[in-house]
Design a binder for this molecule. Structure first.
Ligand code: NAI
Length: 302
């Protein structure tokens, strides 16, 4: 059985929806949990302590250990205070699940730049501030598990979600580099791309039978696995919805190589554009700056 005894976890936005399920599952398997939530509306207005308090009470009632934190992830001070809550109450930080989120959907034609900054503040910067505050502790102790919460709105796009989707994909970029930098100290950083019926998705007008299957608790086992000692993967984006799981990844096509010594014309690119973009000949992107450059140059010699 995979357990988290002796581990200390922070779950942001854990007062409701997915975060609550993640917190309850980790606590039920022995983790001490900081339940962070500022308790605002879906669009991020207002706040109260009852959301986090309720989940702490649920965990305690089930025999687990938890403490509440009501700071916003969206400020540097908030991110630092959330991690400090784990250190002050439980003496360490092993697991960080960045889950807090808000929605301010509008088509790009009607986009309000204040909404962009607000949504980036919670999703991208909120993730960054918490990860930054936890990073040195995890690296120093030689163990850390971090899960960011991305979305199909970022990996594939969704009408009306330009602010949310771009913030969500930004954290995948952050993960890619942190996965490389954390490797030597056993700090693994992954993303979850969930699908679940919560107050956030409740008003999206999807088919009711379909929404019924989207129980938030069906996402948490994947998140918990990514937080476990047993997990050896870093830099992966795992999709989880309705009991189905998969992986999202960037690919680069094999593409086309012209002779660099002879130069390349616009017409050559136009002529071979179908081959350049042919996704049936593609490989997963790998870390590092070289990408496929050398591989394609080598293909010239063959
Ligand atoms: P939810 O609205 O039930 O939960 C989000 C929680 O984050 C709320 O309790 C809220 O109070 C808290 N929160 C918001 N701003 C905060 C801040 N600045 N500091 C601390 N806490 C804050 O929504 P849900 O669906 O559980 O979403 C959880 C995460 O999953 C979000 O990041 C969301 O974008 C993401 N997500 C959800 C999907 C779904 O199908 N439900 C799909 C893709 C991503």
């Amino acid at each position: 059985m995979i357990r988290f005894d002796g581990r200390v976890a922070v779950v942001t936005g854990a007062g409701a929806g997915l975060g609550r399920e993640h917190a309850l599952l980790l606590a039920s398997r022995g983790a001490k949990v900081v339940v962070n939530d500022l308790g605002g509306s879906v669009s991020g207005e207002g706040g109260n302590s009852s959301a986090a308090d309720k989940v702490v009470a649920e965990i305690k009632a089930a025999g687990g250990e938890a403490v509440a934190n009501y700071d916003s992830v969206a400020t540097r001070e908030g991110g630092a205070a959330i991690i400090q809550t784990a250190l002050d109450n439980f003496g360490r930080i092993d697991i960080l699940i960045c889950n807090a989120g808000v929605l301010r959907d509008k088509s790009f034609a009607k986009a309000d730049l204040d909404d962009f900054e607000f949504v980036f503040g919670v999703h991208y910067f909120g993730t960054l501030y918490c990860a930054h505050a936890a990073w040195k502790h995890m690296n120093a102790q030689g163990f850390g598990r971090i899960v960011f919460t991305t979305s199909i709105a970022g990996t594939s796009g969704n009408f009306g979600q330009s602010n949310y989707g771009s913030a969500k994909l930004g954290m995948v970029g952050l993960m890619n580099t942190l996965a490389i930098e954390g490797q030597k100290n056993n700090v693994k950083v992954n993303c979850i791309s969930p699908g679940a019926l919560t107050r956030m998705t409740g008003n999206l007008g999807m088919d009711e039978d379909f929404m019924e299957k989207l129980k938030p608790g069906l996402v948490s086992p994947a998140v918990a696995y990514l937080c476990s000692e047993e997990c050896d993967v870093s830099g992966a984006t795992i999709t989880a919805a309705a009991g189905g799981f998969g992986r999202v990844h960037m690919f680069e096509t094999r593409g086309v190589q012209f002779d660099p010594a002879k130069g390349v014309t616009i017409e050559q690119v136009a002529e071979r554009f179908d081959d350049i973009t042919d996704l049936t000949r593609a490989d997963p992107c790998t870390p590092g700056a070289e990408g496929k450059i050398q591989e394609r140059l080598d293909s010239l010699a063959r």
